[in-house]
Structures are given as structure tokens and as C-alpha cells.
Write a protein that binds this ligand. Structure first.
Ligand code: GCV
Length: 701
């Protein structure tokens, strides 16, 4: 090569920015480990992979290890049929009767110089491979490994609220991943990437369409498309499920009714289930939103949720399918308390559902608020299994401009004690069937994925998807550990930067709560779009879609009295929980206004009055966003420049929107509290009217 061209090439290589990271690879980055000694150590332990398996799932495991270790360690890792005597490397052992693990579990064991991956099934081997990769990605020792791991929850699912037209209800990361118009002919390579990412965190099922379901997903045309997805996901251990429209027998079958007790309707569902299973033999089952927010359901025909769920359960039962029936139901009753609706409806039905029905319950009694007490249905259903529904997509958590790491929210709910069978009956133990022997156990996350190149819009929201998978596998995992893994796998392994980012993550949810809904305030957001503050909202299509229904501000105080003097929603909890919450003195501050109407002048445990504490929270919360920005700036040199700039930009928007929340809530509630702002806080430099008009800037009405 002529000298000048060589010089040009070298110059370009030296001065060009490092290859920008767009976040596409999620937690499967596998970039070279910077620490040469550590690399060397791993290389000496896993220089070779031995496998002769022709099973597609094991082949994926081998390939993930070959490629992943190859780039992590900077040297190709050989794959051969067997390890020689005394040769070091990785081997797979499939043993259907292996003890001490469940069907999907695995062991990772050092036996002599060999690192053995042992499982009862091929899926278990795949999970073992991802666990091994995670250990290398996070710099964990492979020395004398003796790891045994089984998922505590059987069904670990994503629920997509994706519509057939490509939109996503409450989606903030672009359009749907599913290109229905191309399916089944063209398979977007991204479907495989999706399956990899999920398998790596133990997710084993996906409901591909919105719970506000179009009946068309059960047409032959769409079932072919769903089958195509199922075929891609199968080798990754992921089953496909569908949300169904309860009126399908009428809409598609042209029957006169969808009454679940009508023989033709029953026959229709049976035939439809048989058709689905002919195409997709390992189809998971149906998810149903019935008689909720305008969706059809059994009550349209004077029947119950049991009638509705059981007719579907009978239809899928011969094929091994299940029905996930949602408890998210509430009647528009201006005098009632929406908090109580799901329990009032479902508790009396406990034990009446078929054994392949699971009731899917949102984590809290209202609707994915930034903080909710756990739903009283957890612990109350002794004979019918309940599943946890978390929401990853940030409908009430600032969409894609607010950085909110949700694992602390999940952890808070999962570790809450229902006292259903004495102390220690945590929500996690209810879910995993150890409080009551549930035949099915499940945890789902409403997906935050979309067609954005980085999958989740906000780069940091990837961590919420990651956390859901990890906690569904092991509900007692700490948010801190999950954050540690995710940061090291997805962003950086530099210790100081890891610590800084983790610290922001772990505080982010509480910061969000402080500037939007402190002390147990809830449902203050804008109507319909659910973005930004609208605490003054007093008219909507339903009373329980307003804000005033929930905060109940008046000249005396603030908050919803749910004690025996009020709606008595507290009676739905076990006595020890009830007792803790019903006394304002023992009710934890984060839940105070969930359960009590507190005088503005009431002194709280912090030493401040309610009004002063409220102002303090709104102001310090908004202030903390600046702290997040400063902390993020410290890691600039340690994370990829594209991701750094992306997050930095979103943090600026977050700051603006936090001030919007602060000013809206403080100015509005001040009209009731009729007190000045406590020092050192200065009155916002805009009026309440001006703040109310901000909604136009965001094009939200
Ligand atoms: C899919 C909330 C959301 C709706 C969602 C509903 C549900 O009300 O705003 O968009 O509908 O919950 O979970 O069914």
C-alpha cells in the first residue's frame, strides 16, 4: 500500500470516534473484556465447548456461548464433539431425571477441568448458557462453580398491547415489533433478536396482541401469522399466547350471541381452540380482558367471570392450554371506591374457576400508579391461582422522557407481607404457590418494547424489561443486584461508573414519586393520555377517571379515607395489614394519602406539617433531577457516546417536566391549603392558569 494511503488509513482509524452503540444489543453486548488478566483467566477455563447435539435449542446455546465468549475473550472458542482427557472446557449434560432442579432449571458445575451445564431439558441448558455468559459479562469468578437454579414462577411472560395496525396502546418506543402485513412470508430478523433477549432473562412466553383485542387475531389469516412467530420463538423456549375478544363467536362465528352458556358458543370456542392447536401445538393459551373499560364479557349476558373463563378453559384444556383472566374490572360508581372493585368481584369467585384458569392481577388496586399498595387480591385467593401483572411501559411513569428504574417498585410489591397465612406470606410467596398450592404460577410485564432501534425508547428503560425477567425467575432478587448486572452487561464495566449509574437507578423511582405523587397521592395525571399533571381534573367520561375522585382535596385536608370511617377498602386486607395502614400514626408515609384524609396542618413523623412536607417533596423531587443530570455527566467517558447523549438529552426534558408537575401540584393544592410555601422554597414563577395551559405545548389535547 502506498505510504500516503497507509497514513490516511491509520489516521482515520485513530481519529474516528469509537463505534457508536445504539442500544440494539441490549444485555447481549458481549464486548471485549478490557481487563487482559481476567480475559486470560476465563480463556484458560473455557477455551473449548463440547457438544454433538442436533437439538435446535442446544445448538442455540452452543452458538451463543461460542460467539459470546469469543468476543468477550477476544479469541475464538472452539466447538468440538467431545473434550479430550484433561482438556478444559464447557460440556452439556441433558438428564431428564436430574434431581434438585425443575424442568427449566439448571446446574453449573465445575467437575475436574470441565464446566458442566446440566439440565433436565434443552431449555434448561439454554438458560444455563445464558447464566454462564452473564457471569463472564459481569466479571464473576468461574472458579469451582456449584450453581443450582430453578425458576420460582412457571410462566414468565411479556404482554404486548400491540394492535394489528402496528400501533401500541401506551407504547412509547415506536411502532409494534410485529409486522403483521409481512407475516407469515417475511420473518423480520428482529423476531429472533427479541427471542434471544427474552430467553437470556428467562422469559418463556409472550402475548403478542393487545388485551383490548381485535377479534381478527383468531381468523385463519392471522393465526398463520401468529404461527410464524411461534416457530421463531419455539427454539428459545418461548410460547406464544393470544389476547382474545370475548365477543369473537359473534364477530367471527356469526353466532347470535357470545353468551358463554350457549351450546353453540361453547362449541365455537372448542373448535377455535382446536384450530389454533393444530397450527401451533405448543400454543400457551388465551388472555382475556372482559367487561372492563368497554370490552365485551360474560356479564353482557347476565353471566359471571367464572362462566366466561370456564368456557374458554374447557376449550383449551384438552390441548394443555391455560386461560389468563384479568381482574382489572371496575364499574363507574361515583359513590364507590375503585380500589375495592377487583376484590369485590373476584374474591367471592375463589375456587369456582377450572384448574387451568389463572386470575391476572395488576400489582396495585387501581392502575400501575407510580406507587400503590399491593392489591388485596394477593393473599385473598386461596383456591384460584393469581398472577402478577406489572407494567413495564411507562404509562404513568413519564413515558419515554423520565428515567425510572422500576425494579425497586417490583421489589417493594413482591416483598410486601400479605399476612395471608401469618407473617412472611409475602406477595412473592403467594405468586410462587408456596402460600397456597397454586397449580399455575405466573408473572407478566406489559412490554415496553417497540420498533425504536434501542427497543425501549429511553435507553435506561431496557433495565425494566431485564428486571422483569430476572424477578420472574427469582422474585426475591434485589433491585441492586439486577441493576449491577444490567449496567455491566449493557453499559459499562468501569467500577466507578457502575456505582454511579446504579445509584441513579436505585433512586430514580423515588425521585419520580416525589415530584409527581408524594405521600400516597395517586391518579393526578392528565386525562386519557395519562401524561403530565392534571390534579384539577374534575370532569371526565367516568368519575373514577378524574383526579379529584382520588385526592379529595378540601379546605381541611387531602387524601382518600379508606378506613372504616371512609370507603373501608382496608377491610380487604388481612388484619395485620389493615391495622398497620388504618392508624395514620403507623401508616407508612408513602401510603398515607392512599388511606387517610389528613389535615393540612397535621404534623407528620418528619416533623413537618402535611402541607410543608408536600411542598418539600415536590420541590426536592424536581431538584433531584438536576442531581441525576450531574451524576450522569460523571460517566460521560465511561459509556458509549451515543447512549450518553441520548440519556443526557432526555434528562433535560425530564427536568422541564418535573418542574411542570411540581408547579401544577403545588399551585393547585395551595388553593385548598391556603398557606404560603415554607422556606426555603420560592413560589413558582408562573400562575396556575399558565401551568394548566402547558398541556398545549405538549400537544396533548
Ligand atoms: C389496555 C389502563 C390503560 C389502558 C389499558 C388498561 C388495561 O386503563 O390506560 O390503556 O388498556 O389499563 O390494563 O386494560
Amino acid at each position: 500500500m502506498p505510504k500516503f494511503r497507509l497514513f490516511l488509513l491509520l489516521y482515520t482509524l485513530i481519529t474516528a470516534p469509537a463505534w457508536a452503540d445504539d442500544g440494539y444489543r441490549l444485555w447481549l453486548k458481549f464486548d471485549l473484556i478490557e481487563d487482559a488478566a481476567l480475559r486470560q483467566k476465563y480463556l484458560s477455563q473455557v477455551p473449548t465447548i463440547a457438544s454433538t447435539s442436533t437439538h435446535p435449542t442446544v445448538q442455540i446455546a452452543v452458538e451463543e456461548l461460542r460467539q459470546g465468549l469469543g468476543t468477550l475473550l477476544g479469541k475464538p472458542v472452539a466447538v468440538k464433539p467431545a473434550l479430550g482427557a484433561n482438556e478444559k472446557g464447557i460440556s452439556f449434560k441433558l438428564n431428564p431425571t436430574e434431581s434438585g432442579i425443575s424442568e427449566e432449571g439448571f446446574k453449573l458445575q465445575t467437575v475436574g477441568g470441565t464446566l458442566q451445564l446440566i439440565a433436565q431439558t434443552e431449555r434448561g441448558l439454554l438458560y444455563a448458557a445464558y447464566e454462564l455468559l452473564r457471569r463472564v459479562q459481569t466479571g464473576t469468578s468461574l472458579e469451582k462453580l456449584s450453581v443450582t437454579s430453578s425458576p420460582r414462577i412457571q410462566l414468565r411472560l411479556l404482554n404486548h398491547w400491540d394492535n394489528h395496525v402496528g400501533t401500541i396502546e401506551r407504547g412509547y418506543a415506536g411502532m409494534s415489533l410485529w409486522k403483521w402485513y409481512e407475516l407469515p412470508e417475511r420473518l423480520d430478523p428482529r423476531y429472533t433478536e427479541y427471542a434471544r433477549a427474552n430467553a437470556a432473562i428467562g422469559i418463556n412466553g409472550t402475548v403478542v396482541n393487545n388485551v383490548n383485542a381485535s377479534a381478527r387475531f383468531l381468523t385463519d389469516e392471522y393465526l398463520q401469522k401468529v404461527k410464524a412467530l411461534a416457530d421463531v420463538f419455539r427454539p428459545y423456549g418461548i410460547k406464544v399466547y393470544l389476547s382474545v375478544n370475548f365477543a369473537s363467536p359473534r364477530i367471527l362465528g356469526k353466532l347470535k350471541t357470545a353468551d358463554p352458556l350457549d351450546p353453540d358458543v361453547r362449541a365455537w370456542w372448542k373448535q377455535k381452540a382446536a384450530d389454533v392447536y393444530t397450527l401451533i401445538p405448543d400454543f400457551g393459551g388465551f388472555l382475556v380482558k372482559a367487561n372492563s373499560e368497554g370490552e365485551p364479557g360474560p356479564m353482557d349476558y347476565g353471566r359471571t367471570h367464572v362462566d366466561g373463563a370456564n368456557v374458554l378453559a374447557e376449550a383449551v384444556k384438552p390441548h394443555g392450554g391455560i386461560i389468563m383472566w384479568r381482574s382489572f374490572v371496575y364499574e363507574p360508581d361515583p359513590k364507590g371506591d375503585r380500589f375495592k372493585a377487583a376484590y369485590d368481584e373476584f374474591k367471592p369467585l375463589d375456587g369456582k374457576f377450572h384448574d387451568n384458569v389463572i386470575i391476572q392481577v395488576k400489582n396495585g388496586p387501581i392502575d400501575f400508579m407510580p406507587r400503590e399498595p399491593f392489591s388485596p387480591l394477593f393473599g385473598a385467593m386461596t383456591q384460584t391461582p393469581v398472577s402478577m401483572e406489572f407494567q413495564l411501559t411507562q404509562e404513568y411513569l413519564g413515558w419515554a422522557t423520565h428515567w425510572v428504574y422500576q425494579a425497586p417498585l417490583f421489589e417493594e410489591v413482591l416483598s410486601a407481607d400479605t399476612h395471608a397465612k401469618g407473617p412472611g406470606s409475602t406477595v412473592a410467596k403467594v405468586l410462587d404457590g408456596s402460600v397456597y398450592k397454586y397449580p399455575i404460577t405466573s408473572m407478566v410485564g406489559v412490554a415496553n418494547t417497540g420498533s425504536d432501534r434501542n427497543w425501549t425508547g429511553h435507553p435506561m428503560a431496557q433495565a425494566n424489561w431485564y428486571a422483569l425477567g430476572r424477578m420472574a425467575w427469582e422474585p426475591t432478587l434485589a433491585s441492586e443486584q439486577i441493576a449491577d448486572e444490567w449496567v455491566k452487561m449493557s453499559l459499562t464495566r468501569k467500577p466507578q461508573a457502575v456505582a454511579t449509574i446504579k445509584n441513579i437507578m436505585l433512586k430514580s423511582r423515588e425521585i419520580y414519586v416525589d415530584y409527581t405523587s408524594p405521600l400516597g397521592l395517586h391518579h393526578l395525571m392528565g386525562e386519557g393520555h395519562h401524561f403530565g399533571p392534571e390534579p384539577w381534573l374534575n370532569k371526565a367520561r367516568r368519575p373514577d377517571w378524574t383526579a379529584v375522585y382520588y385526592h379529595r382535596a378540601d379546605s381541611l385536608g387531602l387524601g382518600f379515607d379508606r378506613t372504616a370511617r371512609g370507603s373501608n377498602a382496608l377491610s380487604q386486607y388481612a388484619p395485620p395489614v389493615q391495622q398497620q395502614f388504618e392508624n395514620p400514626a403507623t401508616c407508612p408515609l408513602p401510603y398515607l394519602l392512599w388511606f387517610h384524609h389528613v389535615p393540612w396542618t397535621q404534623k407528620l413523623s418528619t416533623g413537618r406539617t402535611l402541607w410543608n412536607e408536600l411542598v418539600h417533596r415536590f420541590y426536592s423531587g424536581a431538584e433531584q433531577v438536576k442531581w441525576m443530570q450531574n451524576e450522569w455527566n460523571k460517566v460521560k467517558k465511561d459509556v458509549d457516546s451515543e447512549i450518553f447523549a441520548n440519556v443526557a438529552g432526555r434528562l433535560l426534558t425530564q427536568e422541564k417536566e418535573a418542574l411542570w408537575w411540581r408547579d401544577a401540584c403545588v399551585l393547585y393544592f395551595q388553593e385548598y391549603a391556603r398557606q404560603p410555601l415554607p422556606a426555603p422554597y420560592q413560589k413558582p414563577n408562573r400562575t396556575l392558569e399558565e401551568v394548566k395551559n402547558l398541556v398545549d405545548i405538549y400537544h396533548l389535547r
